[in-house]
Design a protein around this ligand. Structure first.
Ligand code: ADP
Length: 246
């Protein structure tokens, strides 16, 4: 959430950010696929200070029955923040923000999963935010995509997600917590990396058209880098399967 101005220097005189990053530099990201035994697919992701666990269940018979679609599967996405994931303990359970993130993420994945193959079924994606440090929706979508691939769910492409925005008067890639709190804008993006289609684009704050273009450019480049890390996580996972370790 954009908090507006504050007496905090988000960009120093050398153009570096609070954590020493350059404008178009992403925080470190690591992903491990296949971490949950009882899920059909899963992934654990760390992205800067974010720690995120994603599980995929299904395709399975959609419950309740009236939610079923006779022509295709439905996608459920539950985004949940652990009470201990933020500085001030978060009240457990769903709230407006988590419903919103769950809704837009489900819609993003409904665009890439081959739903027609599974009439009356649901694909249930569950993401737990264990530690939050800005950009959790991008982290959640990125982890969920790896979990879906790990579950063997047919997709038209992998979804990668990354945000760009504006902080300290400068367009930057992948806002950190303080940049998100005190910055001017946040633009999360998610793309189908096979087709290049945009499956999610949101914006919080304000940007000039020119700044928006740069932010979108940065976020697209971010998605490309994320995609490489996703592929590596899946390759490592398959390697483990081949070697009989999982
Ligand atoms: P995103 O996590 O996708 O950037 P928001 O812009 O809504 O979504 O939130 C920005 C950041 O603010 C989150 O990543 C998290 O670190 C923090 N945050 C969100 N909700 C809370 C909360 N209830 N209490 C404290 N911090 C929160």
């Amino acid at each position: 959430m954009m908090g507006g101005t504050a007496d905090i220097e988000l960009i120093d005189k050398k153009g570096k950010r609070l954590d020493g990053r350059k404008a178009d530099e992403m925080r470190p990201v690591t992903i491990e696929a296949g971490v949950l035994k009882r899920a059909n697919g899963s992934a654990y992701l760390e992205w800067g200070g974010n720690k995120v666990l994603a599980g995929v269940f299904g395709p399975r018979e959609a419950i309740p029955r009236h939610s079923q679609d006779a022509t295709k599967a439905i996608v459920n996405f539950r985004y949940n923040m652990a009470p201990f994931s933020v500085d001030d303990r978060k009240r457990p359970g769903p709230d407006r923000r988590s419903s919103e993130i769950g809704k837009v993420a489900a819609e993003a994945f409904a665009n890439v999963i081959v739903l027609e193959q599974f009439p009356r079924a649901s694909v249930d994606i569950v993401v737990e935010i264990l530690e939050a440090a800005a950009g959790t929706r991008c982290a959640a979508i990125t982890a969920a995509s790896v979990a879906l691939a790990d579950a063997g769910i047919p997709m038209k492409g992998m979804v990668a997600s990354c945000a760009a925005g504006k902080a300290g008067g400068k367009v930057v890639l992948d806002l950190a917590q303080k940049e998100d709190n005190f910055g001017e804008a946040d633009v999360p993006l998610a793309m189908n990396m096979t087709t290049g289609e945009v499956v999610l684009l949101q914006m919080d704050g304000d940007l000039s058209p020119k700044e928006f273009e740069t932010a979108l450019d940065y976020a697209m480049k971010g998605c490309k880098d994320i995609y490489e890390i996703q592929k590596k996580a899946l390759l490592t996972r398959y390697q483990r399967v081949i070697e009989g370790e999982a």
